[in-house]
Design a protein around this ligand. Structure first.
Ligand SMILES: Nc1ncnc2c1ncn2[C@@H]1O[C@H](COP(=O)(O)OP(=O)(O)OP(=O)(O)O)[C@@H](O)[C@H]1O
Ligand SMILES: [Mg+2]
Length: 544
């Protein structure tokens, strides 16, 4: 782990509390990382910091340790209902992760309590927990935190509790200071005392001074940690141990390539990013069917309750696939991810850097691959200039099989799957149109052709699917559900699966929806505004 060679903890110009040193020893973190050695002394000596350091370089401890130290140094001890430190993050998973790290460290300091305020649970439970246990350290997502400030009627005076605040940390600060979180964050900042330390942390820090001022930083120290092992003149933003690739495929080959790649990397732990929640819903299901003997999980910001479990399950897996949106792009520390695949380029170039950063963490090796269409190849140049993120071209994936007929059959055999495919397609086009780099990602080329390939199941197919469902419910088929599209391994014939009607018969039909079907499709399009939101919007909504 060559990016923890910054010296042992006792070489810091400030002495850390013994309880913290003990926990570091238990974790076997013998050496500091560069961002830790730079931030901890400054933050502890009451400076505001805006730190930018590569993904997976240990920024969490660069604020967790000073938070505890600053709270220990307080002249007046914190009372049960007094909040001394607040950490705000853009997503629930990240907040949960930080609260776990904080939990490891405050074990040695039972005088401090912490609370996690994130969406997905009943807010009343949070109010009751806060009133029962109090909280000196709050870790929260903006939506739920804002909500908690408005719960005075239920007996929680959070505005009063934060009057004692010493430290505010915005993790993934550039994202939080982005337009998407502006209203929530302004409300929250409005409740906080001006006399406090503020720390902003990210791998892609905001460069705009007015945003720093808005976050409450006064004469901040800007800390920019460069990667070791890259040329001194380079300002590369991605980890030096990351092998970062791109591949160019025609639109109709893209999914075939993804499936072939995943089939060849079955024993690894891989993330696959899509641009919208609806795409994750659709492609996640499709991949579950097409990639055999591999655990495929899907996660996105519009899932309400299952998310924690899915995330925890995937973290614990030795190998598997997590199909996700940008809700997983920032800060998430999943051990031993081998490949980060980006099926859709993200809507912003900084998100590209964060997505790639889910692998090659803390000096480990890792790989990332983005799938580009021929017309998008100039994105590679753009990334190398805009994000100092060099990419290498990957040689074509071997053993690519045409699975599109099977994917079509999948949609035709199952109305729910067909609806998912439509939502995915519309949301993809909407997200694509919103790409911040619209000169490269042009909506006109290529996309319309794809839409003409989709048609809904006919009434006969619907009826057959219902009969099959009923038969499954009755327990026919030996009690096992039989999906018409159980995928074969590479090398097996990629036939239209056993759903009754033959593939050739289907191929022979018209490919354009009939009149009434078009109307249905339009209604899908109209209700798409919600479904079609990109993760940027999803993550806000779900952060509540
Ligand atoms: N001093 C250290 N020695 C060894 N491992 C460390 C040290 N500090 C942190 N780590 C480990 O490094 C991993 C990455 O840390 P962390 O999540 O804080 O990175 P980060 O810089 O916040 O990344 P991101 O930009 O993705 O948010 C974690 O698993 C953490 O436990
Ligand atoms: Mg982090």
């Amino acid at each position: 782990m060559d990016n923890t060679t910054e010296g042992t903890w006792d070489t810091l110009p400030v002495k850390l509390n013994d309880g913290i040193l003990q926990t570091l020893e238990e974790l076997k973190f013998t050496h500091m990382t560069p961002v830790q050695s730079a931030c901890i002394p400054l933050f502890m000596s009451n400076k505001d910091v805006a730190a930018e350091a590569v993904t997976g370089s240990g920024k969490t401890l660069a604020f967790v340790i000073p938070i505890i130290e600053l709270l220990l140094k307080r002249e007046e001890k914190l009372k049960k209902m007094q909040v001394g430190a607040l950490v705000v993050t853009p997503t629930r998973e990240l907040a949960l992760q930080i609260s776990e790290v904080m939990g490891q460290f405050i074990q040695k300091f039972p005088q401090f309590t912490q609370i996690l305020l994130i969406g997905g649970t009943n807010p009343i439970e949070d109010v009751e927990k806060f009133k029962d246990q109090g909280a000196n350290i709050v870790i929260a997502t903006p939506g739920r935190l804002e909500d908690m400030f408005r719960r005075k009627g239920e007996g929680l005076d959070l505005a009063g509790s934060v009057k004692s605040l010493d430290v505010l940390v915005l993790d993934e600060a550039d994202r939080l200071l982005d337009m998407g979180f502006e209203i929530s964050l302004n409300t929250i900042l409005g409740y906080l005392p001006k006399q406090r330390r503020t720390g902003l942390f990210s791998a892609t820090q905001t460069q705009e001074l007015e945003k720093l001022v808005r976050a409450g930083l006064r004469n901040p120290v800007r800390i920019t940690v460069k990667e070791k092992g890259v040329a001194a003149t380079s300002t590369q933003k991605t980890p030096s141990k990351l092998s970062n690739y791109y591949i160019v495929c025609r639109p109709e080959e893209k999914f075939n390539n993804l499936v072939a790649f995943l089939r060849q990397h079955k024993h690894e732990k891989n993330l696959v990013f899509f641009s919208t929640c609806a795409c994750v819903d659709y492609y996640g299901r499709a991949l579950e069917t097409l990639i055999k003997k591999v655990t495929v999980h899907s996660i996105h910001g519009k899932m309400k309750t299952k998310r924690n479990k899915i995330f925890a399950d995937f973290r614990a897996l030795k190998s598997g696939i997590l199909v996700c949106t940008d809700v997983m792009a920032r800060g998430i520390d999943i051990p031993d991810v081998n490949w980060v695949l980006q099926y859709d380029p993200p809507s912003s170039a900084s998100a590209f850097v964060h997505r790639c950063g889910r692998t090659a963490r803390i000096g480990n090796l890792g790989n990332a691959l983005v799938f580009l269409l021929p017309m998008e190849e100039s994105y590679v140049n753009f990334l190398s200039i805009n994000q100092k993120c060099p990419l290498q071209k990957m040689s074509p994936v071997s053993d690519v099989v045409d699975i599109l007929p099977k994917v079509k059959t999948l949609s035709l055999a199952d109305r729910a799957m067909y609806d998912r495919s439509m939502r995915a397609f519309v949301s993809f086009v909407q997200a694509y149109a919103k790409h911040e780099c619209s000169l490269i990602f042009r909506t006109k080329a290529g996309l319309c052709r794809l839409s003409s390939r989709l048609r809904p199941p006919s009434p006969a197919e619907d009826a057959r699917a219902q009969r099959e469902d009923a038969s499954r419910l009755r327990g026919d088929n030996g009690g096992h559900g039989h999906h018409p599209l159980q995928g074969q391994e590479p090398g097996e014939a990629e036939t239209e699966a056993a759903s009754g009607a033959g593939g050739a018969e289907r191929e022979g039909r018209r490919t354009f929806p009939a009149q009434e079907e078009v109307r249905k499709d339009q209604s899908v399009v109209q209700t798409e505004d919600q479904e079609g939101q990109t993760e940027k919007e999803c993550s806000q909504e779900e952060a509540e």
